[in-house]
Design a protein around this ligand. Structure first.
Ligand code: 26Y
Length: 800
């Protein structure tokens, strides 16, 4: 590619002139970034073509990962690193007086996702390509990414995230691969050659146009594809209100998760889901047919994965294509469909279980609805034969009930594999949430504990730690992260441990600098950086964290002898725009921050920072600079968590409940290397089932709790009259659904332990080392190998 800096420099200058028609001295940083990005993309195009050719000629089984979210973040440095040309490029740019890191700042995060589920999809793409596996992503190219968050007077304000404003250098528009997607209209059926044939008439058609992005593997020549669809007006529209149609069409790929409190929003979401599914299936089948394979054999050559229920329409849509377009009978089509599809569940929260009112579903997707109905009738019939008279069971398992189409049953029935994302989560699915289904299809249910790509989250985000690791145990860990365990031999090695702390200190300095720039707060880098970054949600209990900080503050004010290690609490979180409670918690965090940070009495020992607009690129600075990782969800509620793994890999110690993948972190590092507290999942579920929890009792019996709760409403924070009533009510009037009070004492005690432990530098460093060494299990390479071997039945082709 570019053997050295000189070669790169010459090519860069030429490209800059050609692309922008200006000389280097006149060019802006953005033009330089676009030039570099385009060069990199062009560089990989021959490998991209070759990869596809190879897949075709070897007729390798392909997997397509359908996801409504892909939270990619920035791609420039990841791509340079994976191609192995970062040094050459950096040197070449240096000689032109350009700093690569500064150039990177011109790349907008591709934030086509909300949180964990979308970031997991991005990590999976990296692991597939890096392990030379034939796996591709299919998603939507939203015009606006997840909103940009501004904090104004402590409140979250949402701005549109215009990530495409200056174009996206990594994508290629493939207009010739566009497909037509029909909505609305009616279905006509008639007999033809002894078969009943269905035709969708009077439909409103939308053109789905794909944009392809190369997914570049680490040090391999595999380049897979992420195909993102946009909705554009179709040329075939010849009557009606053209402007209205154009607007409605473009809306489909404008925003991620449009507000669905009204029917209009629901229609839009369902249109999005169908666009993703119908367009992806069309292009998948077109490419399969090019190989001349028989459709009856589809499932042996193609695997299609449904990431949560959002793409579950793949079940009826694949049936529709196989029957209506390919002429197969129901039984043949059904066999192929469920053997081709597999489904991952990411959450057990009831509000995330998708259901669509029939009065919306049926008119919007008339033929698809007929097929859903038939799937349901056949399924219910089979249940009736097995459990005659057991209406309750049949009703609770059916796909259509109470005038709603339920997407989870549809996904389960139509897939050969259903997986949870951590051991505990899968157990809860099998034993509780999906118990009847797991009794019905015991072989389908399985666990695939999540992972993260260590290439982005360690190699790229924390180059100094990566170098230390490589200098100490060689580079094999990059290929096989289990090798990180070899670090354990440095447990008593003072030189190594010193170096570990030095690296953490430098990373903390960098984050402190950003905090000073952005928030105007000077934090002490010798204090413990205690961090909670994730979506804001009641079950994740940022509230427990901030109430505990209020208690610490009170204690400091009242008790001059109160001794504790200086602390910097750092938060980052976006709240869903319509989520009132979550927004109040953001306001509370900022209100507490204001009070604490301006109080000279506590100031050199306690700071609270809310970093606005938490996103992938910011996360890459935060994880390497953290000492303590807050993973404090109400047990049983967090399916897995993946931030917990990123902290661990960067040497932070977890304070957490036994929830999600925290359970597996504990199994790996042992209880002595993690700070556990609070109720277990079983205890929580027991309370939920049989009652017995009264938050008032905790309020009355624990002075600390009473004091911080009263402070929410008693004027303790100036000018906040009624501001926190919703929080106050959630704790007392609504009996504290997430057991914040119940876990408070245990959380506070655990924090005391953390402070003491941190003062013992040597043992802290050892614990940190232990966590890094054991984190290899959480590489998404391991997760993807499990999916590949146990669900998709795909294999990798030779690496370079
Ligand atoms: C309401 C509906 C449309 C919906 C929208 C977004 C439902 C779910 C989601 C997103 C869920 C999600 O991100 N779940 C997270 O998935 C991660 C990856 O598996 C888990 O680590 C994490 O625990 C889980 O909350």
């Amino acid at each position: 590619m570019f053997a050295n800096g000189e070669e790169f420099k010459a090519a860069f200058l030429k490209k800059l002139e050609m692309m922008h028609g200006i000389s280097f001295s006149e060019s802006t940083k953005r033009e330089q970034f676009q030039t570099l990005g385009t060069m990199v993309r062009e560089c990989v195009s021959s490998d991209w073509i070759k990869t596809n050719e190879q897949y075709r000629t070897l007729r390798q089984k392909q997997v397509y990962y359908l996801s409504i979210e892909f939270l990619l973040g920035r791609l420039l440095r990841q791509n340079l690193m994976n191609l192995g040309i970062e040094d050459a490029v950096r040197n070449g740019l240096d000689s032109l007086g350009i700093d690569l890191d500064e150039l990177e700042e011109n790349e907008a995060d591709a934030g086509l996702g909300n949180g964990g589920l979308g970031r997991l999809a991005a990590c999976f793409l990296d692991s597939l390509a890096s392990q030379g596996m034939p796996g591709h992503g299919c998603g939507i190219r939203y015009k606006y990414g997840l909103f940009e968050q501004k904090i104004i007077e402590g409140y979250q304000v949402e701005l549109p995230e215009q990530w495409l404003r200056h174009g996206h250098v990594w994508e290629v528009r493939k207009a010739d691969a566009s497909v037509q997607i029909p909505y609305w209209g009616r279905v006509e059926s008639y007999w033809e050659n002894g078969r009943l044939v269905f035709r969708h008439l009077d439909a409103e058609t939308v053109t789905a146009v794909p944009y392809d992005m190369p997914v570049i593997g680490y040090h391999t020549d595999t380049v897979n594809t992420l195909r993102l669809w946009t909705a554009e007006p179709s040329r075939y529209m010849d009557s009606g209100d053209v402007l209205k149609y154009k607007k409605e069409t473009e809306m489909i790929s404008e925003f991620l998760y449009p507000d669905d409190t009204h029917d209009e929003g629901k229609i839009l979401r369902l249109k999005q889901q169908y666009l993703l599914v119908a367009a992806s299936l069309k292009s998948i089948l077109a490419s399969y047919k090019k190989q001349n394979g028989s459709l009856l054999d589809l499932h042996n050559h193609v695997a299609i994965h449904i990431n949560d229920t959002h793409p579950a329409l793949a079940v009826p849509e694949l049936m529709r294509v196989l029957m209506d377009e390919e002429g197969l009978g129901w039984d043949e089509a059904w066999h192929i469909t469920w053997h081709t599809l597999s489904y991952t569940n990411h959450t057990t929260l009831s509000e995330a279980l998708e259901r669509w009112p029939v009065h919306i579903f049926q008119p919007l997707l008339p033929r698809v609805y007929m097929i859903v109905k038939e799937i349901n009738e056949r399924f219910c019939h089979s249940l009736w034969e097995k459990y005659p008279g057991d209406w309750k069971r049949i009703e609770s398992m059916s796909v259509i009930a109470q005038e709603e189409v339920r997407m989870a049953p549809l996904a389960i029935i139509g897939s050969h594999s259903v997986n949870g994302v951590a051991k505990l989560h899968t157990e809860i699915l099998k034993e509780r949430e999906m118990r009847l289904f797991s009794q019905e299809f015991p072989d389908r249910f399985n666990n695939k504990t999540n992972g993260i790509t260590h290439r982005r989250w360690l190699l790229k985000a924390n180059p100094s730690l990566s170098s230390l690791v490589s200098e100490s145990i060689g580079e094999d860990w990059i290929e096989d992260t289990k090798e990180l365990e070899r670090l354990l031999k440095f447990k008593e090695d003072n030189g190594f441990l010193e170096e570990l702390s030095r690296i953490k200190a430098v990373n903390k300095e960098r984050l402190a600098k950003r905090i000073l720039e952005k928030n105007g707060i000077a934090v002490d880098t010798h204090s413990i950086f205690d961090v909670q970054v994730k979506r804001l949600h009641a079950y994740k209990r940022q509230l427990l964290n901030i109430l505990h900080i209020m208690y610490l503050y009170n204690r400091m004010k009242e008790d001059s002898g109160f001794e504790f290690f200086p602390l910097t609490f750092i938060f980052g979180a976006k709240a869903s725009p319509g989520y009132y409670f979550a927004k109040k918690v953001i306001k509370l965090i900022n209100t507490v921050a204001e009070k604490v940070n301006t109080d000279p009495q506590v100031n050199d020992r306690l700071k609270v920072v809310f970093l606005e607009n938490y996103r992938v690129s910011l996360a890459e600075e935060i994880f390497p600079a953290s000492d303590v990782s807050e993973q404090i969800s109400t047990a049983s509620k967090e399916a897995s968590g993946t931030g917990n793994m990123k902290f661990m890999m960067n040497g932070a110690l977890t304070v957490g409940t036994l929830d999600g993948a925290n359970v597996e972190i504990t199994e790996l590092v042992g209880r002595e290397n993690i700070f556990l507290f609070g109720l277990t999942a079983e205890e929580v579920m027991e309370y939920q089932k049989n009652g017995g929890y009264y938050s008032h009792e905790y309020y009355h019996h624990d002075k600390r709790i009473r004091q911080v709760t009263d402070q929410l409403i008693n004027g303790f924070f100036p000018d906040t009259e009624n501001e926190f009533t919703a929080i106050y009510d959630s704790l007392l009037s609504h009996n504290d659904q997430y057991f914040v009070y119940r876990d408070f004492a245990s959380y506070a005690d655990t924090h005391e332990r953390i402070g003491k432990c941190y003062s013992d530098k040597e043992s802290w460093r050892q614990m940190s080392l232990f966590n890094i060494a054991k984190s290899g299990y959480f590489s998404s390479d391991r997760t993807i190998k499990e999916y590949a071997g146990q669900i998709w039945n795909i294999s990798s082709h030779a690496k370079k």
